[in-house]
Design a binder for this molecule. Structure first.
Ligand code: IPE
Ligand code: IPE
Ligand code: MG
Length: 245
């Protein structure tokens, strides 16, 4: 495996679809929730690994809009786990100077999860290190629909002209208005799809897929993804010759 080159081309923003908890548990003959419970170490490793290389933003897909359709027992267990993990990991976030933020329809979370999230966001709000962005009750379709509503509202109130709706205006109405687009997206568990994650923002993101199930993910897996990213040529529609010159 190639090493990460620490001085060159570290992505500012990495987004991760943390997938495979259920299969990890099933393989061990355990309940799916056992897999979710064993995902915390992987989250910590991803945060610390990203930070150690100087990554500025790490977006973690934690619960999608579509995940609400899972069996109630699994959803309830996941929500309880969020509450406990966010509380338990607060000292780690403070020690590391990490700032926790969130994207998604977080108001749809149960009150205990919502309140814990807001408390952790507030407590870490002055931290100046890596921003850890949890996508919770998030989907790209939800986000884009919301943006359309807000823009339409401004037009109907005469605050915005249709002719002035640019790509920049669109981006500024997304949940991620304050973040650069991710340069690198990682998905674990061997699935090759986006599952309604960051549809607008991933337009030119480099994709990296690994068969590793999320509970087994460690910083060396993140480094392997970054090293692979560093070997790619991002052309943004231009020719290879143009990019090199
Ligand atoms: C990812 O693991 C965690 C969430 C979506 C909340 P899964 O629960 O999707 O695990 P698999 O894909 O069923 O193995
Ligand atoms: C995507 O994983 C959502 C999260 C990781 C939170 P899923 O396991 O829900 O994705 P699909 O449904 O298999 O595409
Ligand atoms: Mg899954």
């Amino acid at each position: 495996m190639k090493e990460v080159s620490e001085n060159k081309n570290i992505p500012k923003h990495i987004a991760i679809i943390m997938d495979g908890n259920g299969r990890w548990a099933t393989k061990k003959g355990a309940m799916r929730i056992f897999g979710h419970r064993n995902a915390t170490k992987a989250v910590r490793e991803a945060i610390e690994g990203a930070n150690s290389l100087g990554v500025k933003y790490l977006t973690l897909f934690s619960f999608s809009t579509e995940n609400w359709s899972r069996p109630k027992a699994e959803v309830d267990a996941l929500m309880e786990l969020f509450v406990r993990t966010m509380s338990d990991e607060l000292p780690m976030l403070m020690d590391g100077n990490y700032k926790l933020e969130s994207i998604g329809n977080v108001e749809s979370l149960p009150p205990s999860a919502y309140e814990t999230l807001k408390r952790v966001e507030k407590t870490t709000s002055k931290n100046t290190g890596l921003k850890v962005i949890l996508a919770l009750s998030y989907s790209g379709h939800w986000e884009l629909t919301n943006a359309a509503k807000h823009i339409a509202q401004k037009v109907s109130e005469g605050k915005l002209n249709v002719a002035d709706i640019t790509e920049k205006v669109m981006a500024s109405h997304l949940e991620t208005a304050n973040y650069p687009d991710p340069e690198l997206m990682v998905r674990t568990s061997g699935e090759y799809r986006i599952s309604n994650f960051l549809l607008w923002q991933l337009a030119y993101t480099e994709m990296y897929f690994t068969p590793v199930l999320w509970p087994d993910f460690r910083r060396e897996h993140l480094f392997a993804a970054i090293s692979d990213y560093q070997s790619r040529e991002r052309r943004f529609g231009k020719t290879g010759e143009q990019v090199k010159s």
